[in-house]
Design a protein around this ligand. Structure first.
Ligand code: RUQ
Ligand code: CUA
Ligand code: CA
Length: 645
């Protein structure tokens, strides 16, 4: 640490990069060293903004990537919000943040976690409060039709509590949340792209979910310390009903997830084949694996009753452990050995290859889809032979995005770089062609990239225009804001031979993964249909206070700048339900209702109905006011709740 302490506060870009790299590498090399993969071992205060990577000569071009006032972006970026438990939307190339969609978190802006309607989606405890107050979103993916985004749904995982959230894209609101039984650390997720059996179903009907942390099954306290008895499950959820369809018991753990374009395979990389409980144990062996699930065979096994149930759950669990799957011709899963603690598995837009990077090995393994299918047919004697290339690309490779020209772009965490490499050249080189030029370009990013993704790159319509590097450290890139820096999403133009860094977008901590979606794919609505809400109050004349014993329903409508009830009276001890319908039909004319001391704040968009239920436990006068600026008389838009003692 002494050397680090001597590090000057202001390092030029190159010096800082080397320092980060050395520090990070020292962590890996030293057995038992506590810093591991972290590069964040400087306890220095953030330097004032100093470094600029761009050469001045390039500066004049940056205007090309700006979006002038009044003009719209070309792409949407959907991004997970990490600790916040939300999903975020920003525009590209501008980087302008457009919206945050609450999913696993509470949000007063919309009343998520506060209204009865949102609580019904989130799930509640017996006292009516949300079951969980925390979330950890990592991976976002849209539903597919014909191998490209169809703009119906967006799926997002919650790593902490093992939940999958679904967002309907017309209103960009979460409409379903499913908690997966018997897992912990739900990390990778991916929707399928077509049905493995029925060729007529060419859209998403399943979502696959990988459990990263192995646990005792059942996790009821009967097994605690003995990690050799822990297990992981790989889960399939029905994308339409959002019910858990089946789970597969595996050896080792799951990390990220990918799906094939033909619907036949779902993949998960695995960094803990060792089944260690401590990180030294998890990096003990030279090889881990990438698993490929044969979806049709698993579902046939479920149909044939070849499953068990675990931990009191009724979900069928098939046996996808190695011991039970020795014969490829009947195997439910194929374990492809991959070097050391791989992270990330991504499929190329032509559907032919998976890239699975080593993290602790400087390699990307290229796995050929057809070869995995051949293994399942008994035509490949060794699953390792499905690996058709394994180029050395740099240190700490994590995630890979693809363009439309056969090139891959992999984030190098330790090198703080993006490396561009050619897949076919890597295969040639693997086969002995010494002239094959595998690595085509490298570019510095700032710093320690995690996810990286290309525009439309997870679809057949990958367009090769942009790459975003979601970096884990930003240090000197933005004005310091205290100990936790803003994160960076760096925009790279990949349309030419050379990658060009064209923008540093700051992002609120901490996006894990994002996708870049062409704007024509996303079709939203601005006005709800009043009939979508069973509780809707369609006429202000239906407003009023309706009492049934000590249960009181207050029906109110809003039309700028007034609520239909100027006041309403309830009694201490009543269980009060307020139903509010916004009768305004004008786009963007949203109202809201906040009630001081009663912890209530929610919005109603045009033609939307929302409700809240609470105990009237405080007597007095309470101003119910509109919190969304809606009209010149917005401040005057109020009602009074009288609570009689
Ligand atoms: S993981 S930095 Cu949660 Cu997406 Cu790879
Ligand atoms: Cu209605 Cu402000
Ligand atoms: Ca390992």
């Amino acid at each position: 640490m002494k050397d680090i302490d001597k590090t000057p506060d202001t390092l030029p870009d190159e010096g800082r990069r080397k320092f980060l790299n050395t520090a990070a590498f020292a962590g890996i090399a030293g057995a038992g060293a506590s810093i591991g993969l972290s590069a964040c071992n400087s306890d220095k205060a953030a330097p004032a903004a100093t470094a600029t990577a761009a050469a001045p000569a390039e500066a004049s071009e940056f205007g090309k990537y700006e979006v002038p006032p009044g003009e719209l972006d070309e792409y949407y970026v959907f991004s997970s919000g990490g600790h916040s438990g939300e999903v975020r939307i920003y525009g590209l190339p501008s980087g302008r943040e457009l919206k945050r969609i609450p999913v696993f978190n509470m949000d007063c802006m919309v009343g998520w976690g506060i209204t009865n309607e949102s609580k019904a989606v989130i799930g509640t405890r017996p006292d009516g409060q949300p079951k969980y107050h925390t979330g950890d979103t990592h991976h976002v993916h849209l539903s597919y039709t014909d191998g490209t985004y169809d703009g119906r749904y967006l799926f997002v995982n919650d790593k902490i509590h093992g939940r999958l959230g679904r967002i309907r894209m017309d209103t960009m609101e979460c409409d379903k949340i499913t908690e997966i039984p018997n897992i912990q650390g739900f990390h990778g997720t991916f929707p399928d792209k077509r049905d493995p059996v029925d060729a007529a179903i060419n859209h998403t009907t399943r979502v696959f979910c990988g459990a990263e942390f192995s646990i005792p099954l059942p996790n009821d306290g009967s097994v605690l310390e003995d990690a050799s008895q822990y297990k992981s499950l790989f889960t399939c959820i029905n994308a339409d009903t959002m019910e858990v369809a089946w789970q597969a018991l595996i050896d080792g753990n799951c990390d990220l997830v990918a799906t094939s374009y033909d619907g036949k395979l779902a993949a998960t990389n695995q960094y803990n084949t060792e089944m260690g409980a401590l990180y030294e144990e998890m990096m003990a062996s030279e090889m881990d694996a990438c698993l490929f699930f044969n979806v049709a065979r698993i579902e046939a096994a479920v149909k044939a009753g070849k499953f068990i149930n675990v931990g009191g759950s009724s979900v069928p669990v098939v046996d996808a452990t190695k011991a039970a799957n020795q014969d490829p011709k009947s195997a439910l899963v194929c374990y492809v050995p991959i070097p050391k603690n791989p992270h990330g598995v991504n499929i190329s837009p032509d559907g032919k290859y998976y890239a699975c990077s080593g993290k602790l090995s400087p390699t990307a393994s290229v796995i050929e889809h057809e070869k995995v299918l051949a293994w399942f047919d008994g035509a490949l004697d060794d699953a390792r032979k499905a690996v058709v290339a394994e180029p050395e690309i740099g240190l700490g490779p994590l995630h890979t995005g693809f363009d439309n020209k056969g090139n891959a772009y992999t984030t190098l965490f330790l090198d703080s770089q993006i490396v561009k490499w050619n897949v076919e050249a890597a295969i040639k080189s693997f086969n002995g062609d010494q002239n094959a030029q595998v690595v085509l370009d490298r570019i510095d990013v700032h710093y320690q990239p995690g996810h990286g993704f290309t525009s439309m790159g997870e679809t057949r319509e990958s367009d090769g225009r942009y790459f975003i590097s979601d970096n884990k450290f930003s240090k000197d890139r933005f004005l310091p804001v205290g100990p936790l820096h803003a994160e960076t999403a760096q925009l790279i133009d990949i349309s030419g031979d050379k990658m060009k860094l064209v923008a540093d977008h700051s992002v609120y901590s901490e996006p894990h993964d994002s996708i870049i979606v062409r704007r024509d794919i996303v079709k939203t609505r601005q006005i709800y249909s009043i009939d979508d809400f069973p509780l809707a109050i369609k006429d202000p004349k239906e407003s009023g206070v309706f009492r049934d014993g000590n249960k009181v329903t207050v029906k109110i409508t809003s039309q700028a700048p007034a609520f239909s009830l100027r006041d309403f009276k309830v009694k201490v001890g009543d269980e009060v339900t307020i139903i509010l319908t916004n009768l305004d039909k004008v786009e963007d004319l949203t109202h809201a209702m906040a009630i001081p001391k009663y912890d209530i704040n929610f919005v109603v968009n045009p033609q939307q109905t929302q409700s809240v239920t609470f105990k009237a436990d405080k007597p007095g006068v309470f101003w119910c006011y509109c919190t969304n600026f809606c009209h010149a008389l917005h401040l005057e838009m109020r009602s009074r709740m009288y609570v009689e003692a």
